[in-house]
Design a protein around this ligand. Sequence first.
Ligand SMILES: Nc1nc2c(c(=O)[nH]1)N[C@H]1C(S)=C(S)[C@@H](COP(=O)(O)OP(=O)(O)OC[C@H]3O[C@@H](n4cnc5c(=O)[nH]c(N)nc54)[C@H](O)[C@@H]3O)O[C@H]1N2
Ligand SMILES: Nc1nc2c(c(=O)[nH]1)N[C@H]1C(S)=C(S)[C@@H](COP(=O)(O)OP(=O)(O)OC[C@H]3O[C@@H](n4cnc5c(=O)[nH]c(N)nc54)[C@H](O)[C@@H]3O)O[C@H]1N2
Ligand code: SF4
Ligand SMILES: [Mo]
Length: 713
Amino acid sequence: MSVHIHQAVCPLDCPDACSLKVTVRDGKMISVTGDPNHPVTRGAICNKVRHMPQRVHHPQRVLTPLRRTGAKGQGHFQPISWDDAYDEIVHHFHSVIEKYGAEAILPYSFYGNMGELNAEGMDRRFFHRLGASRLDRTICSVAGSAGYKATMGDSIGTDPEDTVNAKLMVVWGANLASTNMHQLLYANQARKNGATIVHIDVHRNRTGQWADWFIPIRPGTDGALALGLMHVLFAENLVQRDFLRLYTTGFEELEHFVQSAYPVAKVAAITGVPEQDIVQLARMYGTTHPSLIRIGNGLQHHDNGGMTVRTISCIPALTGAWLHKGGGAIKGNSGYARLNHSALERPDLMPHPLPRTLSMNQLGDALLSSASPPVKALFVYNSNPAIVAPDILKVRSGLQREDLFTVVHDLFVTDTARYADLVLPATSSFENLDLYTSYWHLYLNLQEPILPPQGEAKSNFTLFKELAAHMGFADAAFQVTEEDMIREALLTNNPYLQGITYEKLEEQGWLKLQVPPFPEILKQGLLTPSSKIELFSSTLQSIGLSPLPEYCPLPVRNPSSESAENALEGSVQSSDVKSKQVESNVEESEDGRFPLWFISSVNHHFLNSTFGNVESLQVPEQQPTLTMHVDDATVRGIHNHVNVRVWNQRGEIQLRAQVGNDVLPGVVVTQGLWWDDTSSGMQAVNQLTSQRLADMGGGATFFSTRVEVAPCP
Ligand SMILES: Nc1nc2c(c(=O)[nH]1)N[C@H]1C(S)=C(S)[C@@H](COP(=O)(O)OP(=O)(O)OC[C@H]3O[C@@H](n4cnc5c(=O)[nH]c(N)nc54)[C@H](O)[C@@H]3O)O[C@H]1N2
Ligand SMILES: Nc1nc2c(c(=O)[nH]1)N[C@H]1C(S)=C(S)[C@@H](COP(=O)(O)OP(=O)(O)OC[C@H]3O[C@@H](n4cnc5c(=O)[nH]c(N)nc54)[C@H](O)[C@@H]3O)O[C@H]1N2
Ligand code: SF4
Ligand SMILES: [Mo]
């Protein structure tokens, strides 16, 4: 019997990017714990990843290539060899290219594995060389990133390790207790030293229960709250004018704007946050240092997500919060660890003119439309679009097309793979070499293989390298090893990566980026056009958006609350945003048939849809629920724990009602991207969400969804 404890890294799409200690006995993963020596992980990991052995050695793991034998969607397959699988792919790709051109082939991927080589490395080289359609990978955080960049120039913010020093932490549209546990651990430490934790959210979830002060807010109105806070900060002279003069653009315009347009009473009417709470929070924020705002995905999965995050990210500048160690904001820190992506992805391999780009948020339309050329072949990896993409009934009817050739590379026959012509077995991240960065903390991690490939599984790297050979691509880009590619990725002039070498990573497992304190970064200049924090953004102005932070109401026209909606009309909007919202109105409003906001966020024990098939994690989640306010339940005759139908113009699902006051009236919340339950088949929440794109970056608008709810007959 051989037992080894290996150094590893969590590969999941989670800000914490934990360093792990993995016990392997006789080639099998036995247990996973947090690395006690990693400065951020500090020995703690989430319950999900403690169950990683159940995922890696799950009895249903795909271990050979599979060919479909039944109808699409049924999930009947038979094993075939890799040679046959490659031959079939090459044959189909060639005939699609001959008839329609390479743009008729669409790769579809996201970050099921965050490894640089396996998420955005060899796959990119392959599809670039092929000349396939490009995919706009916008399902997660682009809207907010675009908004944040308008203010701050890049995805850079406070070093999480410094946040233990915060005396005030505003957790805004983030469910830290489930989605960023080490930020919560820092907050707990800060709280012991006297910090106050405020949570602004539409749902009193685990994070709201843990915070010192939970502030419920109406969905999509956070931009107005931010402007109201700025109003009070200026009005009560809680701003740092020296900082504003030195490091920002446009503070005088902003002051004038919020003073006239966002009085506290108006903000209270929009947001549902009482006037005295707005004033109290602003005073607390204006007088407490260091103060941190943790900006979450809840804000940016809305039609107005870009501008909301843009607006909130202006607040720390008003009080000079950036000058205090542990103060400022964290939306995402991926800008610090930027690797040499053109070396990794090789966009130079693409043909000219460049192939078209399709949005991953509009997969349903892409598959069903009469676009020219039509999508004739789809290659899915690192993603499960039949569950996670918006408007999945459209996605699924696209996947059902008999003339579509679909390949899915995954560890499991997911709900997407059930529609595939070929399913290819993927290794887990523990079976390959790869490099990992975090979009929150400032460490790089190297993963060396600690398990043999299970069955005939291949990594994304190996799959696309071998497929290139089968396609006859002789380019040097496909002749490299994993180690070569990691070395190429590290060769960059990014100053924060100085001194980080492959050898040192191999020796130590992880290394910290060389990021100076934020005041230094401010002195050196940001990546905005003015090098300053842009309260007034000429970049936004040039693309027809409001140059000042702004509140743009969500698109809804609901006759039963006409007066409340009219109250929002006063806000200034750019004409582009307005016309976009008028279009969307037609889709969402349905004349008041769908009076409730439907928020479908992620849950505690799954990672998006990953782990949805692990029984030991299904058990604590129990079943998909719908949290609703007692008033909304009463008028509909809904009692606690009964099954309810939830529907809109796009689809209908069933959930179990959880009645109480954890949400405001008019809002319902469900958590978790559950796999289809074959017995009821009714849980997949993205039946109800829309393919509409957000105001910036083409982001997804999962949370700007309207529904009606009724008891099940
Ligand atoms: N356990 C677990 N952890 C995860 C994931 C997972 O699936 N499970 N997913 C990972 C991924 S890919 C991501 S992107 C992150 C996401 O993690 P977070 O940034 O925490 O984002 P969400 O959980 O999507 O939503 C955050 C919160 O926003 C709230 N919300 C929704 N709409 C609004 C609004 O209009 N205003 C306000 N103020 N709040 C609103 C929701 O109720 C929710 O509590 O988590 C990562 N970590
Ligand atoms: N309604 C609603 N929808 C949402 C969200 C929401 O909050 N609400 N959140 C959205 C967000 S923020 C995100 S990021 C997306 C996430 O959407 P996805 O990125 O699709 O995430 P997962 O559902 O975890 O699916 C990842 C898949 O990759 C597979 N995988 C893991 N490792 C590998 C590998 O090495 N190779 C290959 N080939 N496959 C691998 C996993 O088994 C899994 O099936 O979902 C979005 N969808
Ligand atoms: S999912 Fe997140 S918290 Fe859990 S081990 Fe992975 S990185 Fe850490
Ligand atoms: Mo995400």
